[in-house]
Design a protein around this ligand. Sequence first.
Ligand SMILES: [Ca+2]
Ligand SMILES: [Ca+2]
Length: 278
Amino acid sequence: MAVTNDWGQGSKENTIDWGQGAIDNTIDWGKSQTLSPSGETNITGASDYTNTKSILLDGVDDYVSCGDADNLSFGDGSSDSPFSISAWIKPDVTSRFRLIFKYGSTLKEYFMQIAGGGKLQVNLKDTNNNASIGRNGNTTIPTASWSHVVMTYNGSGAATRINVYFNGSLDNSTTTGSGSYTAMSNTSEPLEIGRFTSGSYADGHIDEVAIFNTELSASDITTIYNSGAPNDLTGTSGLVSWWRMGDGDTAPAITDKGGGGNNGTMNNFSTFSTNVPT
Ligand SMILES: [Ca+2]
Ligand SMILES: [Ca+2]
């Protein structure tokens, strides 16, 4: 028999079956309860998200390796698909800061960094045609404070459709390009945070790095920036991988909280920082 009870905040038709012939003697309730028959209202609690850890890279040899996986590639050699990268950074240097590279010395897909002039730089490489497209940022990234940086790309193959954002606002300067760009390829190059090939690194803090398989909108980025305080990305449309840089992690693992399966590993450092954006 089925008995329907209502209880709790916002509850609707919490049906319980029991006794002879009962099926599914399962009751879900309480904070963050999400599983119930369709059409019913769940009780949801406040997010238990907190951000207390980041990584501090020494600029000498520290980096995070996240491996290679198909869900980190956004080109197949003939066409690209949309993607976006979001990160919080607090560089110790005013110039080159190697943020995120799926781009090595021979196998190249994409990278996002602070270039020698202290501004954001995004580059996508078409190795088949030895061509590239890219976008430079307008703002000089400060060293004494946390910044939120984002790149988005709509997958069209046009540099003009790469956008960069600084602290929630569009920060586009010039586009860049060379050759006749068609698309990135899906290579075996691993994704690395804080390093571009051996010998070139990021010096400073990095936190809450995320990759999306969508072109984030300005509105999405306003939400993620959240006036300067990182927030919970769970459920953000297109989220592939999310590295929280210590929160919920046990060194040397930096687990992928985005569900993408791309767990990271700390290389040449082993402790987390408690300096975080707030
Ligand atoms: Ca690959
Ligand atoms: Ca964190």
